[in-house]
Ligand binder design. Structure first.
Ligand SMILES: [Zn+2]
Length: 119
């Protein structure tokens, strides 16, 4: 019976840690809390507010978020418009490079001669 109780408390600690770390909080700290308080710690982990900044910070490190160059808020990498300040985001660090048409010098000379004529 004692083993079962310890197992339950340990399980609560693990769940608390996982739930809390998904919310951007210290997984280990919440594991300890859940382990000490059992189901109560688990409930605390479930109701504790999300640390939005930490969640965004980790998303930024994974590469699914980028910082808006205008207002410095975190936005999705795919975004072409900032959801905070409405600015157009012109740099696409993850898209394939756009091929810039290279001017052909011979064609230009030909065009010039045809249209301007030789005086
Ligand atoms: Zn912005």
């Amino acid at each position: 019976m004692e083993i079962f109780l310890i197992f339950t408390w340990f399980f609560c600690g693990v769940i608390s840690g996982v739930v809390a770390s998904n919310k951007g909080r210290s997984g280990f700290g919440w594991f300890i809390l859940g382990f000490l308080f059992g189901p109560l710690g688990l409930i605390l982990a479930l109701v504790v507010s999300k640390d939005q900044e930490a969640v965004e910070q980790s998303a930024f490190q994974r590469g699914s978020m980028k910082k808006c160059p205008y207002c410095a808020e975190f936005i999705k990498t795919e975004a072409i418009k900032c959801r905070f300040c409405g600015a157009d985001i012109l740099d696409f660090p993850h898209s394939s490079p756009v091929s810039v048409p290279v001017k052909n010098k011979d064609q230009d000379d030909e065009w010039y001669e045809r249209n301007m004529g030789n005086k």
